[in-house]
Design a protein around this ligand. Structure first.
Ligand code: F6P
Length: 341
């Protein structure tokens, strides 16, 4: 049988571990199965424009520890109708796929990417999805790669805030990424010893937060750390979550308050050892699926096992923090404030 030819792309916001996943896919495909691998540049843009190149095995050496993605990425959504460009992007993708003679495309990305991947399947293409994102909000998998690295970065940042907060007897508000899901803020808040943790999934009341912080001050706790997810509810959409909360705290308590927005630092740099391993396992498993012609699937982690589910089942579903998550319950028992009584 003719060896398979596969394409690989990374789409959506980048995160640590993308290169580890590309290497996992590429090496398994070339070394274990003798497949031919094509790198697709800048996410789905590369598929639309046929911006592709042969990915040789030597190009995969030395990238395991590198941040970013050697393929580049973009937030291009080819199935989203746009008034400005009337070109038929789904058709262009199909043409590129045919022109290159691909047997399958591996799409590494978050929720948006999995949605696009599922649409490509309905267009008749063979696709395998690999979930990544620091937000950890892809439905169907216990974990995405990128999350663990971001958790380390954000926790270290909070660790550093403790000493400066203590020196000045201030309240420090730190904003963590996560528009819809508060996984990163929750885990970072717990790991970094946050006193208040505010998540998009939980309603909060500023009176509860301010009374809690005043009570800490009355109990001679010299400073407080407030961890907020960027996607929390706030009156003005243009104001950052940290700015809004810091303003509300300072005016409501009279205690000097400062804010830190961690931003893209959370997405940059070398992946953690756990993310390198998870991305490698995801990549290798994806190619095993291709070898068995078991297409239309997304690779997942369930417990300690790597498994797969249908991309069509993932759809547009998001994996959010449940209100009764065990870490929230444990946190409340430790007198951490989640914004409500
Ligand atoms: O990678 C996910 C994420 O970090 C979100 O938490 C964040 O809101 C978003 O990406 C911002 O990314 P960009 O500016 O690249 O669209």
């Amino acid at each position: 049988m003719k060896p398979k030819k596969i394409g690989i792309l990374t789409a959506g916001g980048d995160c640590p571990g993308l290169n580890a996943a590309i290497r996992g896919v590429g090496k398994t495909a070339i070394v274990k199965y003798g497949m031919e691998v094509i790198g697709i540049s800048s996410g789905f843009l590369g598929l639309i424009d046929n911006d592709t190149f042969p990915l040789e095995e030597n190009m995969l050496s030395g990238i395991l520890t590198d941040g970013g993605t050697i393929l580049g990425t973009s937030r291009e959504k080819p199935f989203k109708k746009s008034k400005r460009y009337k070109i038929d992007k789904p058709n262009m993708i199909k043409e590129t796929y045919k022109k290159l003679g691909l047997d399958c495309v591996v799409c590494i990305g978050g929720n948006g990417t999995m949605k696009t991947a599922a649409k490509m399947v309905t267009e008749g293409l063979n696709v395998i999805g690999i979930p990544k994102t620091i937000d950890n909000d892809v439905w169907g998998t216990d974990q995405t790669f990128g999350f663990d690295s971001a958790l380390w970065i954000a926790t270290e940042a909070i660790d550093r805030l403790h000493s400066t907060a203590n020196s000045h007897k201030r309240i420090m508000v730190i904003e963590i990424m996560g528009h819809h899901a508060g996984w990163l803020a929750l885990y970072t808040g717990m790991a970094g010893g946050g006193d208040v943790i505010l998540l998009p999934e939980l309603d909060y009341d500023m009176d509860v937060v301010n009374n809690y912080l005043l009570e800490r001050a009355r109990n001679k706790k010299p400073y407080s750390i407030v961890v907020v997810a960027e996607g929390i509810e706030k009156p003005n959409k243009d104001q950052s979550a940290a700015s809004y909360i810091a303003e509300q705290i300072e005016s409501g308590t009279g205690i000097e308050t400062r804010k830190t927005i961690l931003g893209y630092i959370q997405r940059g740099g070398s992946p953690s050892p756990m993310d390198r391993i998870l991305a490698t396992r995801f990549g290798a498993y994806a190619v095993d699926l291709i070898a068995h012609e078991d297409y239309g699937k997304m690779v997942i982690k369930k417990g300690e096992k790597i498994k797969d589910i249908y991309l069509s089942d993932v759809g547009s579903k998001l994996r959010l923090v449940p209100q009764d998550h065990k870490l929230i319950k444990k946190g409340r028992g430790l007198d951490i404030c989640f914004g409500s009584k």
